[in-house]
Design a binder for this molecule. Structure first.
Ligand code: BG6
Length: 504
């Protein structure tokens, strides 16, 4: 069959009016713990800068950073000027005006004295920038410090009520635990100091435009939802491939591995959005209820359906043990035990050191039911329709379908109808952190993980981690850096008569 995949059918976009007009964010101060760390430099301050540049921040806002380094407001601004220059998606042309809102206080967050100093400085900053006492505490520190920081904030009377005036909210970074037990413990400790409605557990995947679009695509169009089930869908592939290796994060990664780093959070969230039932409304808890329900209906994994891999050379990375069995790649076949998805496999794979950076979801529809073209060979080679949601990069959506190739012969080929966000909307896609920080300012928790959702995901993942920990002997599949992963992962699909989509 001819491959006409280069044939693109152009899409015409007719932007509509906003269905939900977001309110502007109220005055507030963002207090960052770990304000000179990697996350702050690469993501948080650049995100705040871009929000400022786009006019999305409230008129009255401030940032107060806390870190061990002995520097002052000026030193803090200079340090972030350099990193924002490097990591921001836009050139920081309005940096000077923006940076007037940045403040800093040196301190060790394990010492109670730091919190008294923090209070004095915070009140000064709040008075100067008229932020009305509203506070977002951003804990960009290792998770083991969360309980301590929250306890200290509470003892120092720095936390307001969730919905009071003024209010306080707390953003916490992943990982929320390392297994079910530790996640529950962490949630309990956090729950002692904060109500659920002021706890914002960030999973940056949920802030990606293309991930948010999954629900709009599914429930904003009538033509897909009737097909979105076991009667029409053969299988679903979800891939999160990264070409980068573990870089300078050897020590952290060796204790984490791909299942905790990507699958427990990002990939299960994407899968939940793809497979969940329609929510009663687009309110935060209605959406989160359906996602939790979906994760709850995952069939416990059979270990024969999970393949773990490690890229060649991983053990030589600084901080990685020379006998390390930590997987940098995983492929798994997940079954969903509910009416809609009974019998439809979801194949997930994620890994580092692969052929390309590519995150996408492919919905493979069933094959045509009979031979229409009077020629067995030809009809068998007619490939099923595939709908691909490209999460990143080259964000877009494409649909593969069969078409007659012009001419006297009855010849069929595949064509791709392709929508690219960049071309269609002619507007840069904002970074996930921008959306998430802004949502926290507005008090919208839709894109943040809820306690029960996190625990349900760990309930599914922990038995796999436990089985791996018990099994000290079976080999881990080794793969070449720059490849599509280990051949054992291919076998996982081959035995079902299927194949992975090539990465890159
Ligand atoms: C993070 C992981 O959560 O997500 C990293 O800890 C990974 O290991 C990153 O590289 C991938 O995020 P993105 O947005 O680049 O796909």
């Amino acid at each position: 069959m001819k491959d006409l995949s280069k044939t693109q059918i152009r899409t015409r976009i007719e932007p509509g009016n906003p269905q939900v007009k977001e309110e502007s964010a109220p005055p507030c101060t963002v207090i960052i713990f770990g304000a000179l760390g990697d996350l702050s430099k690469r993501k948080l301050i650049p995100a705040l800068y871009n929000l400022y540049q786009e006019g999305d921040l409230p008129e009255h806002f401030a940032v107060l950073g806390l870190n061990r380094d002995q520097t002052d407001d000026h030193g803090f601004r200079e340090s972030h000027k350099e990193s924002t220059d490097r990591y921001s998606r836009t050139k920081p042309e309005k940096w000077d005006a923006f940076s007037n809102n940045l403040h800093y206080i040196p301190g060790d967050f394990t010492e109670s004295d730091s919190y008294n100093k923090l209070r004095v400085k915070l009140e000064e900053v709040e008075a100067k920038h008229l932020t009305e006492g509203n506070r977002i505490f951003y804990l960009a520190t290792p998770a083991r410090f969360f309980p301590l920081i929250l306890e200290q904030l509470q003892s120092a009377n720095l936390l307001h009520e969730a919905d009071g005036e003024p209010w306080s909210r707390v953003i916490i970074e992943k990982p929320f635990g390392t297994d079910l037990g530790s996640a529950k413990e962490l949630n309990t400790l956090v729950g002692k100091r904060l109500s659920e409605s002021q706890t914002y557990r960030i999973d940056h995947y949920l802030g990606k435009e293309t991930v948010q679009n999954i629900l709009v695509f599914r429930f904003g169009n009538t033509i897909f939802e009737p097909l979105w089930n076991r009667n029409h869908i053969d299988h679903v592939e979800i891939t999160a491939a990264e070409s980068i290796q573990v870089e300078g994060r050897g020590r952290f990664y060796d204790q984490t591995g791909v299942l905790r780093d990507i699958v427990q959070n990002h990939l299960l969230q994407v899968m939940a959005l793809i497979a969940m039932e329609p929510p009663v409304s687009f309110e935060a808890d209605d959406i989160r209820n359906e996602k939790v329900q979906l994760i709850h209906s995952l069939r416990p994994m059979e270990m024969g359906d999970v393949i773990r891999g490690q890229y060649q050379g991983y053990k030589n990375v600084e901080g990685v043990g020379d006998q390390s069995r930590t997987p940098t790649y995983v492929a798994m076949k997940i079954m969903v035990e509910n009416w809609r998805w009974q019998g439809v496999p979801f194949y997930l794979r994620a890994g580092k050191g692969l052929a390309a950076k590519e995150t996408e979801v492919s919905i493979h529809f069933r094959s045509i039911p009979l031979c229409l073209f009077n020629n067995d060979k030809e009809s068998q080679s007619v490939q099923p329709n595939v709908l691909t949601l490209r999460i990143q990069p080259e964000e877009g959506i494409s649909l593969r379908f069969v078409s007659k190739v012009p001419g006297d012969d009855l010849s069929v080929g595949n064509v791709h109808m392709d929508m690219s966000y960049a071309e269609a909307f002619q507007k840069p896609i904002s970074e996930a952190y921008e959306r998430l920080i802004l949502d926290c300012m507005r008090g919208n928790q839709t894109l943040f993980a809820r306690r029960d959702g996190v625990e349900k995901a760990w309930t599914f993942i922990t038995p796999i981690l436990d089985a791996w920990a018990r099994d000290k002997n079976s080999p881990i599949a080794i793969y070449e850096p720059g490849s599509d992963g280990p051949k054992e992962a291919d076998a996982l699909l081959q035995r079902d008569g299927r194949a992975w989509t090539t990465i890159g």
